[in-house]
Every structure is written in C-alpha cells, then in structure tokens.
Design a protein around this ligand. Structure first.
Ligand SMILES: Cc1cc2nc3c(=O)[nH]c(=O)nc-3n(C[C@H](O)[C@H](O)[C@H](O)COP(=O)(O)OP(=O)(O)OC[C@H]3O[C@@H](n4cnc5c(N)ncnc54)[C@H](O)[C@@H]3O)c2cc1C
Ligand SMILES: C[S@@+](CC[C@H](N)C(=O)[O-])C[C@H]1O[C@@H](n2cnc3c(N)ncnc32)[C@H](O)[C@@H]1O
Length: 621
C-alpha cells in the first residue's frame, strides 16, 4: 500500500513582465526570454551531441527532468523527424510534478509557430488526464514514445526503468528547486543510464556540477549562447552504465494459450514487428473461441483512498486498453460508455466521496454523481448515487480476440502444448501429447491461465514459483436479459455485481463466483443468483429485469487468480526468454493490453510502462 499518497498540484498559467511563462510558487521562468526552442536546440540537443548520436542506432532514449510546457520534447521530435539518418525508435521519459491541464497547455503552446506547432497539436491531443504515475504516449506510428512521469521526481526517479542515452537536466533554478539537482536524483539517473550516456543543462552552478560528478559523470562546460556564457555538458564515466541492447533483432515469440491474456501479448508484439505463434486447441472452433458465447464484458478503473497498488495498476490497464483498442474497428472496438460504480450503502457513499476529495483526481476522469444524475448518465432508474468513470468500457470479447489474433505476423495453431523443452540452440519448444514438435521460438510466453503450473512442471529443470503454484480456478457465470426496465442502459453499472449495456438486444448481468468448482456450467441456480444480485444492484423487481432468452441464457467460464488478486506478468528469472501472463482473475480485459506492453517494453529495452514497485508486485516471483 502506498500510504504516502500525494495529490498532483497542476501548474497554472502565469507570465513575467517579459511575457515568459513562470511558475508562481518557484518564482522562476520555464525558459529564457530569447526562446524555448532555441534553448532546446543549443543546450539540450547540441549539448548531448544530437542529432549525430542517434544516427546509426535502432533505438535511442532521452530522459528529461522537467517536462514543463514540452518545448524540449517538441524540439527533439522535430529534429528527429527531419533527420534522414534518425534512429528507428526514439523514446523519451520526462518527469513533471506540476503538469498543466490540457486546456492550459493548449493555450501556452498555441503561441508556437512553425513546424513545432503541428507537433504541439498532436501532443495536446494525446495529453493524459492529470493522474499521478506513468503515462505512455505514442506518436509517429509508435516510433516515438513519450513516457510522462507525473509526480515528484524525488520519488518517481526510483520507480522508472529505462536505458537512457541522453539526459536533459531542466528544473527551475537550484536555489528554488533543489530536488531537481540533488546528488541522490543524479544517482538514480546513473542507474538508468546506458554506457556512454551524456547530460546537458543550462545550469552550471558549482554545486550541481559537483553532485553530477559525484554521481558518476565527467562534467565540463561548453560555450553558451544568448545571455548565457557557458552551459554544462557531461558524459557518464567509463565503466558505468547498462550495455546498449541491439534492438534490431526481432525474436520470434511463441504464446501458449489463446484467450484474453494471449491476445494482449500478441498485439503488443505484432505492433513491434515480432512474429508470434499462438497455440490453443480452441482455435479449431475459431479464433475467438476462448470467449465464445460471452457477449459482453466490462473494464473499469477503480480508486482507493490511498491510491493503492491495485488502483494504480487498474488505472494503467484501462488506459492501455484505450490506447490499444480504440483504434480497432467494428464490434472489436470496446465502447467507451463509462462506468457507474454505485455506492452499496450510505457509508460506502460517504467513503467514495471522501476518497475523491483526498485523491483530488480530475473530475473528467472520475466524479461523484447523486442518484438522479447517475440514473441519467446510465440510462436506468437508480435510487443511489456513485462514482462515474468516463473511461469505463464495454467490450465484446469474442470479436476483440478475433481482431487481435489476426494482426500482422500473428499465426494461430489449433493445438495444445503438452510439454515444453529447449532446442540445442537454446530456443523454446512446445510438443503435443504425442511428442510431436508444434513450434519453437526464442521467447515463450505462457498465457494458458490456471494450466501454467502443470506446463512448467514438464520442463526438465522445473521452475519453482510458489505464487503461481497456489493459483486457484474460480468458476463463474453471467446471465442475459432482454428488454426490461434497464434494457436501455448506456453505461456499465457496477456494485455488488454488474449490468452491461445490451449487445444485439441482450443485457449482460454478472456474475457468480465458485472457487474450486469441478466444472463451470450454466445452471438454473446460477441464473437465479445472478437475477437476484442484478435486481438488488439496480433496485428493480426481478420481473422488471426483462425476459430470459429461450436459448442464449448466459455464459459459463473460468477465472484464474492468485491470493492478492493481481495479475502475474513478467519474465521468469533464471529462465532466459520465458515469460508469464496469467492470473487475470475477474479483470482479464483490464490486464490484457497492459501485460502486452509490460512484456514487449522489457523485451525491446523500451522504458517500462509501469513503476518498478508495480512491476515487482505482479512479477511471477
Ligand atoms: C463469468 C465470468 C465473467 C467475467 N466477466 C469479466 C468482465 O466483465 N471483465 C473482465 O475483464 N473479465 C471478466 N472475466 C474474467 C476473464 O474472463 C478472465 O480474466 C480471462 O478470460 C482470462 O484470460 P486468460 O487468457 O488468462 O484465460 P482463458 O480465457 O481461460 O484462456 C486460456 C486459454 O489457454 C488455453 N490453454 C490451456 N492450456 C493450454 C495448453 N497446454 N496449450 C495451449 N493452450 C492452452 C485454453 O484453451 C484457453 O483458451 C469474467 C470471467 C468469468 C468466469
Ligand atoms: C524549467 S521548467 C522545464 C521546462 C521544460 N523542459 C520545457 O521544455 O518546457 C522545470 C519543470 O520542472 C518541474 N518540477 C519542479 N520541481 C519538480 C519536482 N520535484 N519533480 C518533478 N518536476 C518538477 C516544474 O514544474 C517545471 O515544469
């Protein structure tokens, strides 16, 4: 639990007498009067040997200590996109304790002219809600990524994973903003630096130079420009830094399992140009067969008063799902219909409102609605209020699976892996029950839900993962209703159970939980239990929920969960090339795209999309 939660304090628009943006609390300017883009080019790019240093590289990573208005980012982007010899992938990580809200940023960047203006429009379009933590933005078809770390750098620098080649040190003046120039911060920057990394800053203060040197940089001064005589440049001391990874290689990947977990990983790897082989016997009945008959599912953010790990992970998951799936077409694209999380009691309502106040999240991301407003928002009669999450979504899982599993370079084989092994060259191999080789690949992702342990046990050198070995299977059912007083619902309604907007006239109500059941099937008992739950949730008599369809009454399936109810995602230490994506419990859709990008980012040496403490929490060990 992160008990030391600190709400973000957004910046406000203010200018000094020269018309330069200032932060009133620090009493300092965002850039010198002779121009932000000029400073970016002459201090941060030139001081780091750019653009030359990214030429000939496949991937290059820049880390900036203060994002501010994004001028440095925009100048970097413009320089990169106009360089015919640019690296294929440019990753930027940037910290910001006081982000501007989208409207204010648009107003400030609206003053730009020239090529950067168009780039600024794209940045503003992609600008995330002002929520603490990491936000991954993508531009130029994913070739340029921006990982914004919203929060105090003194806490967040420890949480970032990256392989940085150039640092832009750009805080306010050390006198008013010492946190941005401390020895301990620079120590964290060295932790994420690549061999040969460089740093540059307009700040030449003796104390800053000493701190940077003590942290591991060789520091010197270079000629300045404008009103500045000198700038600071630095190079990581030989012997320090991570080795540079060759990202040109695209390892082939095999995924065992063809459900929601596998599809998220397949998509993330396909987007990055990997060939992916997916094995699942259900494919003989169609690519979406793992969710056949499950007409609708929900994915919704959650909050907790202290913004605990689960809430932070779910937030990241929902945001990844939006980013990855809103570009899909037809029924594969989840509907961003919003989620109403109803308060279950009066005490719960007070708790929800207290949490909102303490978290200080933006109201366009989450807000409290009283019963009347909630009913209007959801399109169903309601007698209680609750939290409104605009990012809540209703997905059609079978359609989604079909879309993700037919992406370029994804090859699906309708067979079960009965045994795993390794080839003479160290690749992973999967065999069927008759011992025939099904596929080989350098990287292997196990996404076969509760069956991961039994498959791991087939390795000649078995893997000990107590958390995974204790994974439980939980059977569950949903029921469908036609017409009725909540038949026109146009958002997800959740509380004890949930009610989803109709797909082809059928609303989905969920769900039952039967831990350690031998089988999962739709029974009259399960249907009655769901009807009772839905009626209590919506405050409707059971007969008002609508008719039960004659044939398509509902869906029965399985969840797999570990004790903390968080997913298990990541590399299995000690087994190069072996990964896990499992234990998704009741939130398969929330973890699917997230897991894909967690795994793909690590595989490709990109900045991680999650904080280190979150990655540790979901790691297989
Ligand atoms: C009633 C119910 C309602 C739910 N509602 C929601 C919801 O609204 N929102 C939400 O986000 N989540 C929901 N879930 C949870 C969601 O369905 C799961 O989290 C999700 O299905 C997990 O995906 P998975 O790919 O890990 O597992 P699965 O969907 O179980 O897929 C695993 C696949 O692995 C395959 N496999 C197993 N062993 C092997 C092998 N040896 N070789 C090859 N393939 C193998 C299986 O055939 C299977 O297709 C619900 C679950 C239930 C039961
Ligand atoms: C000089 S401005 C950066 C200008 C920016 N690079 C640009 O291109 O517009 C310094 C930035 O550091 C941010 N900052 C100050 N203290 C911080 C802290 N402790 N953690 C993270 N960011 C901080 C400020 O909010 C401000 O946006």
């Amino acid at each position: 639990m992160s008990s030391n939660y600190q709400p973000l304090t957004p910046a406000t628009v203010a200018f000094n007498e020269q018309g330069v943006p200032v932060h009133p609390r620090y009493g300092d300017v965002y850039h010198p009067p002779w121009g932000a883009l000029e400073q970016a080019a002459r201090v941060f790019l030139r001081g780091n040997g750019l653009p030359q240093r990214w030429q000939g590289r496949d991937t290059f990573t820049v880390c900036e200590t203060g994002f501010g208005l994004g001028h440095n980012f925009l100048a970097l982007w413009q320089s990169w996109r106009t360089d015919p010899q640019r690296c294929c992938h440019l990753h930027v990580v940037s910290f910001e304790a006081h982000p501007f809200n989208r409207g204010d940023l648009a107003q400030l960047l609206g003053r730009l002219t020239g090529a950067e203006r168009g780039l600024a429009d794209q940045l503003i379009q992609a600008w995330p809600p002002l929520l603490p933590g990491l936000h991954r933005l993508e531009f130029e078809g994913g070739h340029l990524t921006l990982t914004l770390a919203f929060g105090q750098i003194e806490r967040l620098a420890r949480q970032v994973t990256a392989r940085v080649d150039a640092f832009f040190l750009d805080g306010f003046a050390p006198r008013v903003n010492p946190q941005m120039w401390s020895r301990s911060l620079f120590g964290q920057l060295v932790r994420i630096a690549n061999v040969g990394a460089t740093a540059a800053s307009w700040c030449c203060a003796g104390e800053v130079r000493r701190s940077l040197r003590d942290a591991g940089f060789l520091v010197s001064k270079a000629a300045g420009y404008g009103g500045k005589r000198e700038i600071m440049v630095a190079t990581l001391r030989p012997g320090l830094g991570c080795p540079i990874v060759d990202t040109r290689r695209r390892d082939p990947v095999m995924i065992v399992g063809g459900g929601i977990a596998a599809a998220g990983v397949a998509q993330a790897l396909s987007l990055r140009g990997h060939a992916v082989t997916v094995l699942d016997p259900v494919f003989t009945a169609g690519l979406g067969a793992a969710q056949r008959g499950h007409i609708a599912v929900a994915l919704s953010p959650v909050i907790s008063r202290d913004d605990d790990l689960r809430a932070r992970l779910a937030r990241a998951g929902v945001s990844r799902a939006l980013q990855r799936w809103q570009g899909l077409t037809g029924q594969a694209r989840p509907w961003r219909c919003g989620t109403l999380q109803l308060a279950t009691t009066q005490a719960d309502a007070l708790e929800q409102q207290r949490a909102l106040k303490e978290l200080a999240f933006p109201s366009d991301w989450v807000r409290w609605l009283d019963a009347e407003a909630a009913a209007q928002q959801a399109g169903v009669p309601l007698s209680r209020g609750g939290l409104w999450f605009a990012d809540g979504q209703r997905a059609q899982p079978e359609r989604l699976l079909e879309a993700l599993l037919t992406l370029p370079e994804v090859y699906c084989i309708g067979k079960a892996a009965a045994r795993l092994g390794q080839t003479d060259t160290g690749d992973w191999a999967a065999f069927d029950a008759q011992g025939s080789l099904l596929a080989t690949a350098t990287q292997l992702v196990l996404a076969n839900s509760s069956a991961v342990s039994s498959l791991l046990a087939t390795l000649t050198q078995p893997v000990s993962l107590p958390k995974v070995a204790a994974m439980r299977r939980i059977a569950g059912q949903v029921a469908y209703f036609q017409g009725g007083k909540a038949g026109e619902a146009h958002s997800v309604v959740a509380g004890n159970g949930y009610w989803l907007p109709a797909v082809t006239g059928l609303c989905t109500a969920g769900s039952t939980y039967l831990p350690d059941a031998d089988a999962s099937h739709l029974s009259e008992k399960a249907l009655a239990q769901i009807a009772q739950q839905a009626s209590a949730l919506l405050g409707l008599a059971q007969q008002d929920l609508g008719a039960r369809p004659g044939k398509n009454k509902g869906w029965a399936g399985w969840r797999a969960a570990v004790s903390d109810r968080l997913p298990v995602i990541g590399r299995i230490d000690g087994y190069p090339g072996l990964w896990l994506a499992s234990g998704y419990g009741s939130r398969g859709l929330t973890w699917s795209a997230l897991a894909g990008d967690v795994i793909a980012a690590e595989l490709r040496g990109e900045p991680a999309i999650l904080e280190r403490e979150l990655l540790r929490k979901i790691a297989p060990r």
